[in-house]
Design a protein around this ligand. Sequence first.
Ligand code: FUC
Length: 807
Amino acid sequence: MKNGLRLNRRGFLKTLPAAAATQIASAARFPDLKLWYREPARLWTDALPIGNGRLGAMVFGGVPKERLQLNEDTLWSGAPRDWNNPEAKAHLQEVRRLVLQEENYVEADKVCRKMQGPYNESYMPLGDLFLEFPNAERVENYRRELDLASGVASVYYRVGGCEYSREALASAPDQVIAIRLTSTQNAGLSFEAWMESPLRALTEATEGGRLRLTGKAPAHVDPNYLKSENPIIYEDAEGRGMRFAALAVVLAEGGKVSAEGGRVRVQEANAATILVTAATGYRGFDHLPDTPLAAIVQRCEASLQAAARKPYSKLRADHVIDHAKLFGRVKLRLPGPDKSSIPTGERLRAFEKEPDEQLIALYFQFGRYLLIASSRPGTQPANLQGIWNESMRPPWSSNWTANINVQMNYWLAEVCNLSECHEPLLQLTADLSRTGRETARVNYGARGWVSHHNVDLWRQSAPVGNFGLGSPTWANWPMSGPWLCQHLWEHFLFTGDRQFLTQTAYPVMRGAAEFCLDWLIDDGHGRLTTCPSFSTENTFLTPDQRPAQTSHGCTMDIALIRELFAHCIEAARLLGIDAEFRATLAKARERILPYQVGARGQLQEWVKDFAEREPGHRHMSHLYPVYPGAEITPRSHPKLAQAARKSLELRLQAGGAYTGWSRAWAIGLWARLGDGDQAHESLTMLLKKSTGPNLFDTHPAGKGWIFQIDGNFGGTAAIAEMLLQSHEGVIRLLPALPSAWPEGEVAGLRARGGFEVGITWANGRLVQARILSRNGGPCKVSYRDRSASFPTRRGSLHILNAQLNLS
Ligand code: FUC
């Protein structure tokens, strides 16, 4: 017997409750996972997020006035439309001539602008549910919290002799947001409830405790960064714009419920449950969102009635089980005192001065919580703000920005054991392979599919910028397809799901590779290059010191295409298909421009060793092959890895990584370069400089900051990367353990090849690793200079000691 489980001679364990297997070491010692505060949220960015992937709410926890700001993830402006630009094809030849023959990059920038199309549409807020409580002047013992483990946000307080509690959850099984209010005094609960919306909408309250919000979204909303006279355009009843509805029912226990002036009034109840649901007229990215309002309301009505048939306790229990099934898979314990009795905002402020490694553990789990809350199978992927947005013109339209942000949102999905939550991004990629086929054909006369840097609900695949307003370095960047395809392949590597590879991943990857084959051109010296090419968002200085963006063969393009081709070749080989296509890809891959090391010893970002206009730029695209790519590692390409390290140092020395997502990327890069202390230093910076009081990742904006979720997800992924890596065909244990974490334990992380891994360490060294094989393949593990290989069976558990011997 080991740890209470029966093992056979080779350490195999036959029937194992999968998720629990790697957590057998010391489950009881993992700290409490709550964000908590002594005061209600003042700002939207202080509120606490709940979500079921589709419905989201930001819970303010106010007394006397509560606000739940609501979202539904398909509520967007606009409708499908033609964004392709048939003129682009002619300009393409001109850009290539200017770059490759004349080296006139400044002029090439100008021509690129002519290849753009319209801006993408915007993610919309849905509305607010307000609750107002009388006699709430002398509030005592106030506490507001979000319990990551149960997915429940709560408020407790006392007024006089009466204690009040309020909790809110977003249930995936029941597709409602449920709010439960109680008071300890008989008939102690009175409040009014109503809904409002910043969109054009009608709100009503009717008998039976009913609230109803109905409206129609704008036909178009300009991005917030565009100066615009008329940024929000509504059309009339017959015109474009999707209809939407939110319904709520207030179920009071005892007391009296009435409706008046758009509000439901509850008087002297003992307790109450409020159920809220919402739906829109969205019918898929390629259909007009023209579902009639009656049908939308009917859909809401059906979920509301079904949920109302369950007592709250059952609704809650079903939610907690569903949430915990995902959330409970991974545990992390880091050293240091347990400071969970200190409010989270105070802990974050104290973090400026003294270490709080357990706050890092909480931050790690918060990233996992946010993905569960914003991305479930069948929903939209997590956008720039997950699913939470209160603004009609949210930052960057709260879209899917695909030159790093949306990908970073999913860097944690597989390794942090939330593979199901990856599905919406994989689906978005498959959708883009359809819209992007037309863009490839119309804009570039190419086969396959292409997508650029902004994606919306309608799967906008063409360059944005309104035919000239966008900087080419972001608007014209045509490489999001290959980057998104990395996610398809990774999903396969982690899960081993061959059906997914055959039916979804490979056809989409193949289409992206076809585009790249057509996009690659001879550089005039027998090498293949890309043109126009951009190192995303960065600007270089031409030899005569002029800023320019358009060139050819940027390191990032090379990295992405080399990777995509390698993955396609491997996928086709595994599936035993496409021999000829494989050979074509292999031949082209050989001819692609090589990586180069620049004069400063850095991994060169552009095909020429240009100087950057902003040496501390937040994007570090040329480091893609280190992370999230895997082509350059200190073992596979020591010189290039050294050069990548130099690039990272140069960026950071020049003030780089000043956004949360960029900082998160730096952590991941340090982890891949095996430098735990540098990774930890950046992690500390992420919490100090780029984290709000509710642990939301921040992005500088003007003099203040805005919320952007990518840094949360990237931060969580990078922490996992410090503890476990598996991108080199071997499970590497504690590859970047910082000296600040001499002891600790992680359980339930996933490794490529279908393994679930738990690790315990002490005195800065491995104590034990627990590896559960899900697919039964051979396993290779390494720790520092030791390694071990052993066969596994599906469901077998292998316990290794510090010397990597199986026990
Ligand atoms: C890219 C980044 C910005 C921001 C935006 C959403 O344009 O360069 O920093 O993250 O996406």
